[in-house]
Ligand binder design. Structure first.
Ligand SMILES: Cc1ncc(COP(=O)(O)O)c(C=O)c1O
Length: 404
């Protein structure tokens, strides 16, 4: 994995003569030059709007089609028609909720969780204005969802369960397969927020049998593009907001206006970049193998960090034990006697980039009663992180703790 560092121009950047260490992957990963080149090449060679009869416009159509193809392979969707693009996950989720509220009736129920990012809560909570009942699954203090509570909240009136695959705040991987079984029993839709899961694990939408799944390319080495997967044929049935001049079919009918064509060229390049980490008979098997290698590397570093943190006085780690498949390589902690923001400011001066606060998973931070303390410090591993960087981080935290 070390060889890949050369591909990321920003990893060369220094602060106060020290190389910057980026542990802010859960907020957004760095971008390899292959992605940057694809984006700039689009502007240099093919910049145009779609569906024209001239060469650059035809090339633009191909850029979009290729990005849909690649995303379909990345998620193992049955067709590129299952893949819609948008500005970001939040916007696509709002668009989807606006369409779904038109087919739900007053008294219908939607289940969300206390652990989710606000982007997968607010669009559904807004449905209350239309008489939809929102039920919230409880978050336990250990960082896991309360599955007894979950099961009890799914009733014959449930039309949709909207949940995260993994928490961007605590790294918890949720049991979305159990929830799929429960939702299938009553014929409710399952929507998964895969934004924090997609950079760390392989996704197979057909195997999960999910109805809707959303992710964001900027979390997996790509540009700022949101992606919505809808099960084949499902989006066609939904009354989305859509101009009469727009294609009224999936996957286009939720894509309002002109897409970011250059960024879509970057999405293709990001997926090809992930695939290039390994080799395989075809792109899908290559991606599966690459994700396994990336995941192994990230978890090795996360394990090192986790055990190092346990040896530092005043540090309290939040969330479940760091078991692969049950936890992303994202660790959140509190240092007793100092606010998370001050920990991050101290680390920033050592050229170490980490996040503090609630990271928009604000409900989880409230439930854990961490708001007054300024939330948690969050450290996330990405494919380009190294053992040296983890050592630097641990040593900086040790110094900070001893200085208090
Ligand atoms: C778990 C999770 N869901 C949703 C989002 C929102 O994604 P976007 O920025 O693409 O709207 C984020 C962003 O950090 C996230 O981490």
């Amino acid at each position: 994995m070390q060889n890949c560092r050369i591909d990321f121009p920003l990893l060369q950047r220094t602060y106060k003569n020290t190389p910057l260490a980026f542990f802010d992957g859960p907020g957004g990963t760095q971008t390899p030059r292959q992605v940057i080149t694809a984006i700039s090449d689009y502007y240099k060679q093919s910049n145009a709007n779609t569906h024209g009869h001239f060469i650059t416009s035809k090339e633009t159509d191909k850029v979009i089609a290729r990005a849909r193809d690649r995303m379909a392979i990345f998620l193992n969707a049955s067709s590129p028609d299952c893949i819609s693009f948008g500005a970001n996950m939040t916007t696509l989720n709002y668009f989807l909720s606006k369409a779904l509220v038109r087919i739900f009736k007053a008294g219908d129920e939607v289940v969300i969780t206390e652990l989710d990012h606000e982007a997968n809560r607010a669009p559904w909570l807004a449905m209350q204005n239309n008489g939809i009942v929102i039920r919230e699954v409880k978050l336990k203090r250990d960082g896991a969802l309360d599955y007894e509570d979950f099961k009890s909240k799914i009733t014959v009136k449930t039309k949709l369960v909207a949940m995260g695959m993994a928490s961007n705040a605590l790294g918890t991987v949720n049991d979305f397969r159990a929830v799929r079984k429960w939702t299938n029993e009553i014929g409710a839709y399952l929507l998964l927020d895969a934004v924090h899961y997609a950079p760390h694990f392989t996704i197979d939408v057909q195997d999960i049998d999910v109805d809707f799944l959303l992710c964001s390319a900027y979390k997996f080495y790509g540009p700022h593009v949101g992606i919505l997967y809808s099960k084949y044929g499902l989006l066609d049935k939904l009354p989305t907001d859509c101009l009469r001049t727009q294609d009224q079919n999936a996957p286009y009918k939720i894509e309002t206006g002109t897409l970011n064509h250059a960024a879509l060229a970057g999405v293709t390049a990001a997926i090809d970049y992930i695939a290039s980490v390994s080799s395989g008979a075809d792109l899908r098997s290559q991606l599966v193998e690459s994700m396994k290698l990336i995941s192994d590397h990230e978890h090795q570093l996360a394990d090192k960090l986790y055990s190092g943190l346990q040896d530092i006085k005043r540090i309290k780690i939040f969330g479940l034990p760091l078991i692969k498949d049950e936890h992303t390589p994202t660790i959140a902690f509190l240092m007793e006697g100092i606010k998370a923001a001050d920990v991050c400011k101290y680390l920033a001066e050592q050229a170490i980039c980490t996040w503090d606060g609630h990271y928009y998973a604000i409900r989880a931070i409230e439930v854990l009663r961490l708001s007054e303390l300024g939330g948690l410090t969050r450290v996330g591993m990405s494919l380009y992180n190294t053992e040296d960087e983890v050592n630097r981080l641990l040593s900086a935290l040790k110094d900070l703790s001893s200085s208090l």
